[in-house]
Design a protein around this ligand. Sequence first.
Ligand code: GLY
Ligand code: MN
Ligand code: MN
Length: 446
Amino acid sequence: MRPIVALLCLVAAPLAAQGPVPELPGAGRPVDVEAHRARRAQLAERLGNGVVLVPAAERRDPEKDVLQDGDFRQDDYFFYLTGIETPGAWLMLVARQGSVGIVTLFLQPRNPFVERWMGVQLGPGEDAVRLTGIEQVLAWHPDSLKRAVRGAEARGGVPFYAVMYPGTSGDDQILEWLMTDREVRNVVPVMDSLRVVKDEVSLAALRRAIAITTEGIKAGMRTAQPGMHEYQLEALIEYTFRDLGADRLGFPSIVGSGPNSVILHYDLSRRQMQAGDLVVVDVGAEYAQHTADVTRTFPVSGAFTDRQKAIYDLVLETQDAIIGAVKPGVTVRDLNRIARAHLRDHSGDRCGEPDCSRYLVHGISHWLGMRVHDVGDYGMPLEPGMVLTIEPGIYLPDENLGVRIEDDLLVTETGAEVLSAGAPRTTVDIERLMQTAEQRQATGSD
Ligand code: GLY
Ligand code: MN
Ligand code: MN
């Protein structure tokens, strides 16, 4: 028992028996039951026959872990198939000839002592059946899961599947037990190929995460000024995320000014920003376990210099060229080639000889979804429903001049929709927003 719990439990009176649970207690937001049923059906269709075991995440321990804010984040694969944020649960899904057979959700029994500390939890029972749309909800115990596994096995020699992250397979006790006498296959590649094409539930979460993120960036543009520290700008942006309902950050915010603008994943945010600096702001709010990933680069004092504008416009035109090429059938490799070819052909003398492409020092795209660098095979040609970033940059360390512009795109039947278009992207639009905000501050008007 953790010391603080031990101390306070001396004064905590036992709770009365629990009544009916309110809407989705300890399980997160209401579940779109039909959408999650459709995801399970898709998985069964892919697998044909098999028994899939997917554990939820465990609670984290603030005494041991270094946490951002101590909150629980569900395992992505479990969340994808259930939509619930309850810790310590398991899902067992039986696929038979491409259809879903029995689905069983194992939930920790409710515990008044734990609930006094952590809030009401979703436990086994009628409420859980109704709220999750899963017909069989049993109390979690290793023996009850093992019984269910043996039952499924007895009903027909099916392969077993489990979630095995690279390098971690077999270190869980249940998984070890399962693997002792059986061949267990990894369900991750199949689930990743489903996750890479977003359904409506994922898209709604992504749209919201991205809308929150663009508002945070705009708040940053309105407020930035010489003398401010990077951490103050970061705090303002992250405040805006939480103020607008973000659950957490999708990744550590990057707020790099002047010399830090050329450090790709700069993380310290301690520098005091100076007039004449550009600041690269690469941030993402997370909402409903989906994250945005948007970058804007802007002048701390509200106006680009001619040199900054020249580099910025080259990055912007490169991004336009890549975005114009996004459509079904194209690969991420093609997009990288287009970016480099554009820089080769349009740099002029902006970076000296031979051209600016050697200052683009990273890939220009990755999948986006439940993770910032989301799962999925990069050799796959684009399909409608995929979401990816487009993020060219030029980094000139000798000039302390880094520019990255990153947007989030949904592939459509004919091209792409820029989901992050709400954040100003041209030098004219950025300056207009920053200077209007400055005038407002100067005149004290709203
Ligand atoms: N924010 C990290 C990246 O753009 O990949
Ligand atoms: Mn990115
Ligand atoms: Mn980014």
